[in-house]
Design a protein around this ligand. Structure first.
Ligand code: ZN
Ligand code: ZN
Ligand code: FE
Length: 759
């Protein structure tokens, strides 16, 4: 007895080998019918006995291609048909739109084996790929996603490649970037300076330079990396100097999991992240004995490792025989380099040579960064491998929205219908180059999604470049969104809940509704509004932005506040490093209340306590002192400091002045920094949990949302979570970053809800 079923599958199911896999599965079970891409995913018409169809549907949800992500599977009965055989059918005209471009995928195991097999025709071929792996988003120039609309268009497939491409049984059936040494892109090695192309085998030549301690610019998937020998202190130092990258850690690529294990401790979750087809950089706890040069990650035991994700990486790592620093090729905060000419200009003086190829990068896309925080895999930067994977919304937006994101670690988002799409990581919107990349990326995403946003959501801060962009666009309804509200709603979106929730949004800074900067907020949040129920007592920042770098100023202000205007600087090692006149100037600013804006950010408490506890007056980048302070903590230490919570104030205020005074006592009595740091973290977690419980005692049992960059601090995050998790639902981020790279989807939903209420 034949039955019929129409099955509709949504998610990342196009361009990932899904239809050939369905076809093989159907044929193996004797199911008749066909499969096609449509506008929202894949549609299957299947005919067989009830029993076989049952097994077919069951297996469709298992063993799928590694890069496929199924969001939903729906089926409805079809009239039985006498069809025989199973085939891939052509897509509907006009279909294949929004979802048709998948993210870039790391080289699969089969392709890797072919590249390393001397008898294979793709032996040593750096551009090998198949339907399960290879470039996608970064080579797409338009829609629908097929070869003519990629930067592979100029390469004409040879007979063998074409045969693979047309054979439904082949792993390369409809693999758009399919290529081989006969017909595909090729490598080139160019020395900088004289710019002469070197006629030798490019990978061998690059490996020789790297082994000699020099710096090579390597053209990758979404941009150039700067590479050097990660074991060679001199080489890493050279790169750091030339790149002018303060003291921020570099990422290191290792050839395989075994190599990763020699450098870092790996949990099962961390191994899974490293091996995932998205291949993010994973922040891991470095082994003490690891031979990695200390200049790679000064100041932190966290080491960013990742595995090769293109055949070029596999070949290069093998040729060099040791781990390589692979850091985005840019100077300071500018966007990553993507074009050959641009690289020759911008990387001259930084790299000694370039390993180039003639497949153009259509879209910049930096590496993603992930970390297991308090037991949960968390994306800290969502970019290559994830973009433009759709993010499903619980409720569709009324009109398409562009959300411009934050000022630092910018990522924008476009929401249309019931789906949101994050753009690639743009970085800090501080330079003209970064703004240009932002504009280019927004335009590209609009064209890929064939949508023109009618609502533009932006940050409250009038001075941000993203805000100015929104105002200048002049073609949509503008909605200004408070930064921390957006953080919380992003997390609500990730968990598909409408609210209300009690959100703890802890970060460095964000414009508040008053004239202070916020960042230690307890917000009762709905999609369209929020109420600020609690915060931290503000710290003054003498000199404004200067204090973010010269963190001793924040420490001084904290002491000034805690000791009634008479900071006990004589006894504190930190101030031995600060010139007297600088300190006097800061004292005057505080006394006269000149250029000393108030900040509620928990990040500023980390800066101040960290500077005092570590005796370090300067932070070379945002978060440096906070990270060092976190890792200074001694796990065995006991006790915490006293704090107060002023519940008479609106909003309620956590007052850490008693803790400041107790800490000064600890420093004077020679208590080790590790103990002080542990006590600080415990104080912060306890104070946050106590205020949360006090608020929830009045509000009722709401979910608690932990968000903001400060919750990337494992000690604080697990401290707050463990105090609350037995009584409340504690929500944490997974695929949407907790930091500013994650707020755009929140901005989009708030803008939509706000306008919906008005209309
Ligand atoms: Zn493959
Ligand atoms: Zn070929
Ligand atoms: Fe933030």
């Amino acid at each position: 007895m034949t039955a019929g079923l129409r099955i509709e599958i949504r998610g990342t199911v196009q361009g990932v080998g899904f239809r050939p896999w369905v076809t093989r599965l159907a044929r193996s079970l004797g199911v008749a019918g066909g499969v096609r891409n449509d506008a929202s995913g894949v549609r299957i018409d299947a005919f067989a006995s009830e029993e076989i169809l049952g097994r077919f549907v069951e297996q469709l949800q298992r063993d799928m291609p590694p890069a496929a992500r199924v969001v939903s599977l729906r089926s409805e009965p079809l009239a039985p048909s006498a069809r025989t055989g199973f085939a891939i059918e052509l897509s509907d005209a006009g279909g294949d739109k929004a979802l048709s471009i998948p993210p870039d995928l790391a080289t699969c195991e089969e392709c890797e084996a072919e590249v390393l097999d001397p008898s294979n025709r793709r032996h040593d071929y750096a551009f090998t790929n198949c339907t399960n792996c290879g470039p996608r988003f970064t080579i797409a120039t338009g829609i629908p996603y097929d070869r003519a609309q990629t930067t592979m268009a100029s390469f004409v497939m040879c007979g063998s490649c074409k045969a693979e491409y047309l054979d439904v049984e082949d792993r390369r059936f409809h693999a758009q970037p399919n290529a081989c040494p006969e017909c595909g892109p090729s490598l080139r090695f160019v020395a900088l300076g004289d710019g002469v192309a070197i006629a030798r085998e490019p990978i061998v030549a690059a490996a020789e330079l790297l082994k000699a301690g020099l710096v090579v610019g390597v053209k990758g998937l979404g941009g150039f990396h700067l590479s050097c020998d990660a074991y060679n202190s001199g080489a890493v130092h050279l790169l750091r100097e030339r790149k002018r990258r303060d003291e921020r850690p570099f990422a290191v690529m290792v050839r395989d999991l075994a190599a990763a294990r020699t450098l870092a401790e790996l949990s099962a979750e961390e191994e899974a992240l490293l091996r995932s087809p998205e291949r993010p950089i994973v922040l891991l706890r470095r082994r003490e004995a690891a031979a990695i040069a200390p200049e790679v990650n000064p100041d932190t035991p966290l080491l960013g490792l990742f595995l090769p994700y293109t055949p070029l990486h596999h070949l290069l790592l093998r040729a060099v025989g040791r781990p390589l620093v692979m850091t985005s090729a840019n100077v300071s905060d500018e966007p990553i380099c993507k074009d050959d000419d641009e690289a020759r200009k911008r990387l001259d003086g930084i790299a000694d040579a370039l390993l180039l190829h003639d497949r153009e990068i259509a879209m910049r896309c930096d590496d993603s960064v992930a970390r297991v925080i308090a037991g949960a895999p968390t994306l800290m930067r969502r970019s290559r491998g994830f973009v433009p994977r759709p993010f499903m919304l619980k409720k569709p937006v009324d009109r398409p929205v562009l959300a411009c994101g934050a000022h630092l670690k910018n990522t924008f988002c476009i929401a249309t219908g019931d789906t949101a799409y994050f753009g690639p990581h743009i970085g800090d919107l501080e330079t003209v180059a970064a703004l240009e990349f932002f504009e280019e990326a927004v335009e590209r995403m609009e064209s890929i999604l064939s949508t023109r946003p009618e609502v533009i959501a932006h940050d409250l801060h009038p001075g941000y470049l993203s805000t100015r962009y929104a105002l200048a666009r002049n073609d949509g309804e503008l909605v200004a969104v408070q930064h921390h509200h957006a953080h919380v709603v992003s997390l609500m979106a990730e968990h598909a809940i409408d609210g209300p929730v009690l959100g703890l949004a802890f970060d460095g800074t964000g414009a508040g509704l008053d004239d202070s900067s916020w960042g230690g907020e307890f917000l009762l949040c709905f999609a369209d509004r929020f109420e600020r129920l609690g915060t931290f007592r503000p710290i003054r920042l003498p000199g404004g932005n200067v204090a973010m770098r010269e963190v001793w100023r924040i420490a001084y202000a904290l002491l000034h506040d805690a000791f009634d205007g008479k900071p006990p600087v004589e006894d504190l090692p930190l101030f031995a490093q600060v010139p007297d006149d600088a300190r006097r100037l800061v004292a005057q600013m505080l006394e006269r209340d000149l250029n000393a804006p108030r900040a509620h950010g928990v990040g500023r408490y980390f800066d101040a306590f960290g500077a005092l506890g570590l005796g370090r007056p300067v932070s070379s980048f945002e978060g440096q002192i906070a990270i060092a302070w976190d890792f200074a903590a001694d796990d065995g230490a006991t006790n915490r400091y006293r704090f107060e919570i002023d519940r008479a104030r609106t909003p309620n205020e956590i007052d850490l002045r008693p803790a400041v005074r107790a800490m000064v006592e600890d420093i004077r009595s020679g208590t080790r920094p590790g103990v002080i740091s542990a006590r600080f973290h415990r104080t912060l977690a306890e104070a946050s949990a106590e205020l949360t419980e006090a608020l929830l005692a009045e509000l009722g049992r709401l979910p608690v949302a932990l968000t903001g960059g400060v919750f990337q601090n494992e000690r604080l995050c697990s401290g707050v979570q463990s105090r609350l998790a037995n009584k409340y639902d504690v929500l944490r981020h997974r695929e949407v970053p907790p930091g500013d790279g994650g707020i755009a989807v929140g901005q989009a939903l708030i803008a939509d809800a706000f306008l919906g209420d008005k209309g």
